[in-house]
Design a protein around this ligand. Structure first.
Ligand code: HPA
Length: 244
């Protein structure tokens, strides 16, 4: 089990209080979304990077995923726990709950998605059959059990381009494709992490039924469910780091 952990936090985590002013890191692909902070879970210090920037200004399609992941690699991370808000398409879980997905469908486009961009002497075609780290997923699932959090084991995360939400017909198509959850940020984050040999797993925080699936406007569902999903995530993280 790897030991140097990083969190990539997304929407709704602004209150996760850093212990420092942050470390600025430059990479061959430019600057990450912001400084890398340190947060503490008991005695464990964890790197923490806000995917959308400290002021939440960066939309999903503009984020420099390469710089973010490579910056964490440069600081020595060998495991990333990504926190991603999602809508739920299938009936595996409801808004307010969490899941540790095990598969990805990638519908994003136009993002700088690989470190193999022609500047290197070689290309490695990474094996992405299992897009998430099996060991890290299992450890997170064990932590959820220890924290008494109802967490779905598995499911397919569909990554869309955003920043707009989907149409109901798009969600129907994604369901036919086999998607359980829909979000905008796990790709190309997960594949770049694999390229630089960092174990990567995602806690999917379900904050709304996907378009056309709920009985209230999506933003009302998000407002009603985010805190519950965030509390479930926080309890899981605390149990995870306690168990190290
Ligand atoms: N669609 C795409 N991304 C999301 C959603 C959604 O419904 N909810 C949270 N992130």
């Amino acid at each position: 089990m790897s030991r140097k952990f990083a969190l990539i936090i997304g929407s709704g985590w602004e209150h996760l209080s850093p212990q420092d002013g942050g470390t600025e890191v430059e990479t061959a692909w430019g600057l990450p979304s912001g400084p890398v902070h340190r947060v503490c879970f008991g005695p464990t210090e964890v790197m923490c990077l806000a995917r959308h920037g400290d002021g939440h200004a960066l939309p999903p399609h503009v984020i420099n995923y390469r710089a973010n992941v490579v910056a964490l690699k440069k600081l020595g991370a060998d495991a990333i726990i990504a926190l991603n808000t999602v809508g739920v398409i299938s009936d595996v879980r409801e808004a307010g709950q969490i899941a540790i997905p095990d598969q990805i469908l990638d519908y994003t486009w136009g993002r700088e998605h690989t470190i193999y961009d022609g500047r290197r002497a070689h290309v490695e075609h990474i094996d992405f059959t299992e897009p998430f780290s099996t060991d890290l997923r299992q450890d997170l699932l064990r932590a959820a059990v220890a924290a008494n959090v109802d967490c779905f084991d598995g499911g397919t995360y569909a990554a869309t381009q955003g920043p707009r939400l989907e149409t109901a017909a798009e969600i129907d198509r994604l369901e036919r494709d086999g998607a359980d959850f829909i979000g905008m940020t796990a790709m190309p984050e997960a594949s770049i992490a694999r390229e630089v040999d960092i174990n990567y797993a995602c806690i999917a925080m379900i904050v709304n039924p996907a378009a056309g699936r709920g009985d209230q406007p999506i933003h009302d569902a998000v407002a009603a469910s985010t805190e519950t999903a965030r509390n479930a995530t926080m309890s899981t993280l605390q149990a995870f780091f306690r168990a190290l």
